[in-house]
Design a protein around this ligand. Structure first.
Ligand code: GDP
Length: 301
């Protein structure tokens, strides 16, 4: 008798820069199709499909777990929490603790609390072990292990691939018997647009401070293929002219840097050349206006 096929949704959670995209590329092993298996009810984004003879793990992103202050950010947090609640497994990705940072920071602590509250099976992935001494890795595993909420703790280097096979090997045990959700590469513009928009928003988060990240929405307005090149027209919305100025930066430097980084991520995800046309618009106080949020592609869940 052949063993049953296992499949399910695996939520990836972690602070920006922790190596999530690198890990996804490792787990998936090739540029992926980004598709939506069912009508998109939330902005849950499929990052990649980890397809094996015995199992299929659909890797989904959970951006936006943070201390939300306004209606928009509360909505983002609800997306993340509903993704966590729906997942079969959560992978919390962290970097090794060190003498300089012996405890998880407040952002990690908040994410940890939410993962715990969601009650789904969770695996802790300690990434970037190639950069840390053995003692720090052990201390990190000890710290998180003592919390008692992880089914497993796996040290990996997404960059070199160390430990990734082990991580892959334990996925099927955490997924229920189920169908292959994705047969081949299918596309839905809606989820693809949302995904590419989020890549831009992540870069804004990474490069700006104070209120700007929390006042930023990104809408992909149009996409077209020109031969091998995919042209993506996206617009970043902020709430005030002053924010627009900061986002564009001196001589347009900030916007160029955001666009460059986002374009590179898009290319590596989609496996094709991208031309990214990035504009900035002002939409006063949109983050307090439910109708505006809907229009920008952030529906209520
Ligand atoms: P994300 O924001 O969480 O998606 O992070 P990225 O995957 O973009 O990675 C952020 C940075 O960390 C990039 O410069 C990666 O090359 C680097 N990085 C990711 N994983 C590792 C790792 O295991 N070891 C090292 N040394 N660098 C890594």
């Amino acid at each position: 008798m052949t063993p049953p096929f296992h499949s399910g949704f695996v939520c990836l959670v972690g602070r920006p820069n922790v190596g999530k995209s690198t890990l996804v590329n490792r787990l998936v092993g090739r540029p992926v199709s980004i598709t939506s298996p069912k009508p998109q009810t939330t902005r849950q984004r499929v990052l990649g499909v980890c397809d094996h003879p015995a199992f299929q793990a659909v890797l989904v992103d959970t951006p936006g777990i943070h201390q939300a202050r306004d209606a928009f950010n509360k909505r983002l947090v609800r997306y993340a929490l509903s993704a966590l609640a729906d997942a079969d497994l959560t992978l919390l990705i962290v970097e090794p603790l060190s003498a300089q940072r012996p405890e998880p920071g407040p952002e990690d602590a908040l994410v940890l609390e939410r993962v715990r509250a969601a009650g789904a099976a969770a695996v802790l992935v300690v990434n970037k072990i190639d950069l840390a001494p053995e003692a720090d890795i052990l201390a990190t595993l000890g710290h998180y292990g003592a919390l008692g909420c992880f089914a497993e703790l796996i040290p990996v280097s997404a960059l070199t691939g160390r430990g990734v096979e082990r991580l892959l090997g334990l996925l099927p045990a955490h997924l229920p018997p189920g169908p292959r959700y994705f047969e081949d590469q299918q596309w839905t513009d809606q989820s693809e647009g949302a995904l590419l928009g989020e890549l831009v928003r992540q870069e804004v988060f990474r490069r700006t401070e104070q209120e700007i990240p929390y006042s930023t929405a990104v809408r992909v307005e149009h996409m077209e293929d020109k031969g091998d090149l995919r042209v993506v027209h996206a617009r970043i919305f902020v709430e005030r002219e002053s924010q627009k100025g900061i986002l564009i930066g001196k001589k347009g430097r900030m916007l160029r840097a955001i666009g460059e980084a986002a374009r590179r991520k898009m290319e590596s995800l989609l496996g094709c050349k991208i031309f990214l046309d990035l504009q900035v618009g002002v939409l006063a106080d949109w983050s307090r206006d439910a109708r505006r949020m809907d229009q920008l592609g952030y529906p209520e869940v």
